[in-house]
Design a protein around this ligand. Sequence first.
Ligand SMILES: *Cc1c(COP(=O)(O)O)cnc(C)c1O
Length: 393
Amino acid sequence: MTESGSWRDAAFDTRAIHAGQEADPTTGAVITPIYQTSTFVQEAVGVHKGYEYGRTDNPTRSALQGLVASLEEGQWALAYASGLAASQNLSYLLAPGDHVMLSDDAYGGTYRLFAKIVGRYGIEIEQVDLTDLDAIRAALRPSTKFVWVETPTNPYLKIVDIAGVAGVVADHPALLVVDNTFASPYLQRPLTLGADLVIHSTTKYLGGHSDVVGGMVIGNDAAIHDDLKFHQNAAGAVPGPFDCWLTMRGIKTLGVRMDRHGSNAMAVARFLQEQEAVERVYYPGLPDHPGHEIAARQMSGFSGMVSFTLRGGYEAAAAVAASTRVFALAESLGGVESLIEHPGVMTHASVAGTKGEVEPNLLRLSVGIEGERDLVDDLRQALRAAVPAAVAR
Ligand SMILES: *Cc1c(COP(=O)(O)O)cnc(C)c1O
């Protein structure tokens, strides 16, 4: 178990810098060292300082776990080699005959893991529109083990009412798992809204600099912690100490980054809304977004992801994606630099032909923290270059 310790009552931004990260007891180093070691010396057989072998535990990993547990207001956190390694570890809680309810707009890799791998082991995977509480009620079975929520969802940025779903599953043994990758704990803390477990791809906003791949699970239940920890140690999907250290360094600036991601994304969304070449803009910060009210209630900001469709179909979308200069054409999200991608061909190719299939004229932006005007100007020139018929205002 990890401890958030003496920083419990401190502000989020203070905890982001200090929680879990006491000065090194042997040297006084202010920054938690990268304990690049696979093993730890024992004073006598079985007598050690809590660390035996690097797969089981590492002090740099422990510091990251204490930090993220504090930010998500959980009792414990476990760090993994990737977001999907974290999801895979959760799948070890399942047994043949179990039923998993997954968002119909889930991250493509999550869908692939459950549908193509976990599903092979006698576990039934069902995609449900989790924005519809009646649909969840109707789909719940005695065998339902997970209700796996993402909010905002990817790529349509639908908003799921976390407290509402928690209410629906309250009298049911199913665990409510919330993938909090798109919001980050700075904007949304699902455990405080009734979720049982929170999962992250720390590759995204938590790491924040597109230089590390990692995952995290956070919760309150000690028995689930021990079960996951047993399976992680047994199966080995652990992060290296340098990756943990990079993630911690990124997290120190999470609050200031999320504020800028949000203000830039709002400016970009408003700009896109006014363009004739643009058919529809998906951003939960816009008052006409169907999930806006719930987002405003359960989040303290709307994050940096914006999706939009273009008039002119796939060709127009592909041309815009190829014409931006500041927005780099790449998968992933949540870094300081702005990215653009085509979900149908890139991140969401694995959901083609399922309920989660995306429109061919859809583009997704991860709005970075560059200057707002440069981002809007870049999109304006890309729309002009790619959709000449449209007069970008
Ligand atoms: C990226 C992502 C994942 C998977 O995480 P990896 O670190 O790439 O393994 C899971 N969920 C969401 C919402 C993501 O964006």
